[in-house]
Design a protein around this ligand. Structure first.
Ligand code: MN
Length: 715
């Protein structure tokens, strides 16, 4: 806590004529009025007005303002009255205290319709004297610094939003840059801690990556400019977290290097030197077109003056440089307060009206209406999201729970389709790894698209899921078409005809199909039987008996490529129903199973825990209760599908094959779904007797040191 004499000394330091007695009386008055009151932080309440006064001494404000700061909460929160204050401190201070009290009573975050109207009142209240706003801003700043002590989360949030929406923009309007920055960062921490953490993580990452690039740039700039006999201070300041975040949100800007988020400042002695320094900068380093701004000849509405430019700097990195005089620099930090503060008390014609008040009113007058003013400062909320980065520093935001594959698809569909591995913050991870805030994600791609059906189990974004499904559907269609073609070829052979596409083309109207490819797909899926195809192609050759033979051969083949489907030993089917085992879960005798009926396809058998079943949740009429028939010892083998994660080491695949063979399993199909430097993800189809057999094999595989995960492929 600032001591009484310290406060007086601080004011005296910039205003030797300040009324020491008034400061001391205000200190004691406030201390007594607040008495035993305490803040949420546990500090005595009086520490608050004292800190507020302290903040205002940094702006070098006049004595009345500092006195007002000490008294600003006495009328509202203590027994003290405005009359008392007027008696003790005079009417100017009483008016200021009254203004701050009124300002504090305006509820700015009330419902939307009232908001704009209340804001008008707010502007009116502070327009009587701009110092009211300065005290209010300092008040808000200290309240934000101690926000974390408030236990009610709703209240914290409301205050943070009000700060972000109203007070930070107001501070900016009157040029109080440092206060604006701090208000925004404090509000940001409350409103969107995840986003803030992701920027922090990103900054840490860049600091590690970039090494001492910033000091090297500073040295190079300083040496170059002093070499041209300019007296300069060169400094590099990291941009504030919230302003980095805002830029990333609104402009999709990439930050690859620490130098991208450091503003380099060259402080010189005179406005002429600003332009001289600018000339040397532009002659020494290539200028980035379109980034030069001269706020010295045309200051910003809030009075900000500076030269801005971007160049390809000494480290061949794009850097942003601001060039200004010391005076301009102070103005930029403190705004209008910097040179109009206490001096104006002496210089003002009647001591009441300040030029900077008129300036502010001008700004507010020329600004858009209150609605637009509010609209402009609204912060988009992103609560249920994680924020990650590409290796180039582009921001990708994803729903919480998203994986590296979601990230890949968010970057581009092609990246997703060809994604085979991923690195997070430089380390190889399995594709299913969920992302955290601030992760830098690098996707490793293959040359051919290879999305895996197993991905669907862990994807969190609709886009990724839809893309994987689309890919698999089109791949399945190709497989159906290939199967259908071989069925058609066989049908032609049985008719002793040479296989010829034109014959099928001519039969299309009779088949009620549009293309030959469609015909093959229909054959492959079982929507069309080979007999129906023969009948359509060779309508004059029908012989009795053939139809039923062909039907019994072809039914049950729909879409299934596995041997043995024709004789699936399942109970609960209607006679003549086509049946096939689902590819997604590859049910085995011994598994609990259900059937899903689809027109034209027949019954697809799934294991009861297959993920695909979820999509049939609201069509119960399509479900069939099924069970396995007794399987005799020499019944055909069945195919079970395993999904494995195996270390990418020499011999690990051989080890795998040996283990399966030892268990009397026969590998019929083998597919690597993703491959990276340290692991494989693969699907293995194994011929087994039943579910129990497959479970034994899985247990054996889990015991292998090279195997990190084994699962039945499900959905
Ligand atoms: Mn207060």
């Amino acid at each position: 806590m600032i001591r009484q004499y310290e406060l007086v000394e601080r004011v005296k330091a910039y205003d030797p004529t300040a009324d020491e007695g008034a400061l001391n009386r205000a200190y004691v008055f406030s201390l007594k009025a607040h008495g035993a009151q305490i803040r949420a932080s546990g500090d005595p309440y009086f520490s608050h007005p004292l800190e507020v006064a302290g903040i205002l001494t940094a702006l070098k404000l006049d004595c009345d303002t500092i006195v007002t700061a000490l008294l600003h909460d006495t009328v509202e929160d203590t027994l003290a009255s405005l009359d008392e204050i007027e008696n003790h401190f005079g009417s100017p201070v009483a008016r200021l205290v009254d203004g701050v009290t009124k300002l504090s009573q305006i509820e700015l975050q009330s419902d939307h319709t009232k908001q704009a109207e209340n804001f008008r009142k707010f502007v009116l209240a502070m327009s009587k004297d701009i110092r009211v706003l300065l005290v209010k801003l300092a008040d808000r700043l200290h309240n934000m610094r101690t926000l974390l002590f408030i236990e009610n989360a709703d209240k914290r949030r409301r205050i943070a939003h009000e700060t972000m929406d109203i007070y930070a923009p107001l501070a900016e309007r009157i040029g109080l840059q440092t206060i604006k920055d701090e208000l925004e960062d404090l509000a940001f921490a409350e409103i969107n801690p995840d986003a803030r953490n992701s920027v922090l993580t990103r900054l840490d990452f860049l600091r590690n990556e970039s090494g001492d690039i910033v000091p090297r740039i500073l040295t190079a700039l300083r040496e170059m400019l002093t070499g041209h006999r300019l007296r300069v201070d060169v400094e590099g300041r990291e941009k504030r977290l919230y302003s980095i975040w805002r830029k990333m949100e609104t402009k999709n800007i990439a930050f690859e290097q620490l130098s991208d988020i450091v503003a380099f400042r060259v402080i010189v002695e005179s406005p002429e030197d600003c332009y001289r320094a600018l000339g040397h900068v532009h002659r020494s380093y290539p200028m980035v077109p379109g980034r030069f701004k001269d706020f010295i000849s045309t200051p910003k509405p809030n009075g900000y003056r500076s030269l801005h430019t971007s160049v390809m700097g000494p480290e061949r990195q794009r850097i942003e440089i601001q060039i200004r005089t010391r005076e301009m620099h102070e103005e930029a930090e403190l705004g209008v307060a910097a040179h109009w503060a206490f001096k104006q008390v002496e210089a003002g014609s009647d001591g009441k009206q300040y030029r900077w008040l008129r300036e502010l009113l001008d700004i507010l007058d020329t600004a858009a209406g209150p609605e637009e003013f509010l609209e402009h400062t609204k912060l988009e909320m992103f609560r249920d999201q994680v924020f990650c980065f590409t290796p180039h520093g582009d921001l990708i935001n994803l729903p919480r729970g998203a994986t590296t594959v979601d990230f890949a698809y968010a970057v581009h569909s092609d990246v997703g389709d060809t994604c085979v591995g991923a690195k997070i913050n430089g380390r190889m991870v399995p594709l299913r790894t969920r992302l955290s805030n601030g992760d830098q994600v690098e996707i490793i791609r293959s040359t051919v698209p290879a999305p895996s059906p197993t991905w669907e189990g862990f994807l969190a974004t609709g886009k990724a899921r839809a893309s994987v499904r689309r890919f698999i559907r089109s791949k399945q269609r190709k497989e159906y078409a290939a199967l259908g073609r071989s069925i058609a070829e066989k049908a032609f052979r049985e008719e002793n005809e040479t296989f010829a596409l034109p014959v099928i083309e001519q039969a299309l109207p009779r088949l009620k199909l549009k293309t030959v490819e469609e015909t093959f797909v229909a054959l492959g899926q079982g929507n069309l039987t080979s007999q129906e195809l023969s009948d359509a192609c060779f309508p004059t050759r029908r012989r009795p008996g053939v139809a039923s033979r062909a039907l019994s051969l072809m039914r049950g083949r729909s879409g299934a490529t596995k041997a043995g489907d024709a004789a699936i030993p399942i109970r609960g089917l209607m006679p003549g129903m086509a049946v096939h085992l689902a590819d997604c879960c590859s049910p085995l005798p011994g598994d609990r199973i259900v059937g899903i009926v689809a027109t034209g396809i027949g019954v697809t058998v799934h294991t009861i825990d297959c993920d695909t079943l979820v999509s049939f949740g609201d069509t119960p009429e399509r479900w069939l209760d099924l069970s396995w028939d007794k399987v005799d010892s020499d019944s055909p083998m069945h195919v079970g599908r395993l999904s494995l994660i195996v270390a990418n080491e020499t011999g690990s695949l051989a080890e795998l094959a040996t283990a399966i063979a030892k268990c009397k399993g026969n590998i019929t199909n083998f597919k690597i779904t993703s491959r990276s430097a340290d692991f494989f993800e693969l699907l293995v189809d194994v011929e087994v007797e039943d579910a129990r057999h497959l479970t034994d094999i899985m247990a054996t595989l889990r015991a292998l040191p090279c195997v990190s995960n084994v699962d039945r492929a499900r959905g």
